[in-house]
Design a protein around this ligand. Structure first.
Ligand SMILES: O=P(O)(O)O[C@@H]1C[C@H](O)[C@@H](CO)O1
Ligand SMILES: Nc1nc2[nH]cnc2c(=O)[nH]1
Length: 298
């Protein structure tokens, strides 16, 4: 914990990255999307793209995980300006939590109002099958519960309060809208709301851990998302989250199946079209209050 505190970033560092991006693209995004494992294709739907390798963006961390391309893509989607992270940062890669959430505050400084987080997750709920899409209603931030929190360290009042509330951090209006869209697209049978839990990873769960999470009321488990949502909520972003269920978490000693990352990516490919349709329609129909779209001076 003490080593992660020493890695806290200053407001200037976030601002420098935001200023650099604003000097390189005319897009002024209203919506940010973070793509989970195997879900990088969400960026393909953006028109008039400007894209940047993470390695070229000052201050940006680097992706090290297969299925996370490491590219930031700006573009237009159904009349809204978006920025999409093709690849996120995970605690298990060795990044501090400030680093894993660094882009979220940069998005805030770019004028983003709504954050869409996506991830690949294993299901604990019997009602969730591989290929289903879970709208995240709430989360359990296991690392956060024991003090591994991206907001640890001195609070930056310019971003938000010392003690932010987290009840209601997944916007109810957007969740209802997504369920409505699922009905219209004819994919309602694939979708339900549920509780996501973040564990540290990188190993998948033991059977005893899976049983514990199930008894605690967790519907799906993964290795990301919660820190990004905590930081986004702290700085006042509206959040929508979805988990693509890529596997069932093994809960029985009689079950000989086991999960692997290639299988996780494969389900992402199989469901890419549906996830793209849902996110596109959601962005199209969501109301945005700011008119942050394009800067003609760049
Ligand atoms: O970035 P996400 O949370 O989608 O990635 C999940 C969790 C691990 O990083 C990986 C395991 O296959 O997928
Ligand atoms: N922790 C965890 N993360 C995942 N990401 C995709 N599937 C899983 C899983 O079963 N467990």
């Amino acid at each position: 914990i003490s080593s992660s505190l020493s890695l806290v970033r200053s407001h200037d560092e976030y601002q420098k990255t935001a200023d650099w991006l604003m000097s390189q693209t005319r897009h002024r995004p209203q919506v940010a999307i973070i793509c989970g494992s195997g879900l990088g294709m969400l960026a393909d739907t953006l028109k008039c793209q400007d894209s940047f390798a993470y390695s070229d963006i000052p201050g940006f961390p680097q992706s090290t995980v297969q299925g996370h391309a490491g590219r930031l893509v700006f573009g237009e989607l159904k009349g809204k300006t978006c920025v999409c992270m093709q690849g996120r940062f995970h605690m298990y890669e060795g990044h501090s939590l400030c680093k894993t959430t660094f882009p979220v505050r940069v998005f805030k400084l770019l004028g983003v109002e709504t954050l869409i987080v996506t991830n690949a997750a294993g299901s604990l709920a019997d009602s969730l099958q591989p290929g289903d899409i879970m709208i995240i209603k709430d989360h359990v931030n296991f690392p956060g519960l024991v003090g591994l929190n991206p907001l640890s360290g001195p609070n930056d009042d310019k971003f938000g309060p010392r003690f932010p509330a987290m009840s209601g951090c997944y916007d109810k209006g957007l969740r209802c809208l997504a369920l409505d869209i699922a009905k219209q697209l004819g994919v309602a049978s694939l979708m339900q709301e549920g509780v996501y839990a973040m564990v540290g990873g990188p190993n998948f769960e033991t059977i005893a851990e899976a049983r514990l999470l199930h008894r605690l009321g967790v519907d799906a488990v993964g290795m990301s998302t919660a820190p990004e949502v905590v930081v986004a909520t702290h700085c006042g972003l509206r959040v929508f989250g979805l988990s693509l269920i890529t596997n069932k978490v093994v809960k029985s000693y009689e079950d000989s199946e086991s999960v692997n990352h290639e299988g996780v990516l494969e389900v992402g490919r199989l469901r890419s079209h549906t996830v793209q349709q849902l996110v596109t329609e959601l962005i199209s129909r969501m109301e945005i209050n700011n008119n942050n779209t394009i800067n003609t001076a760049v």
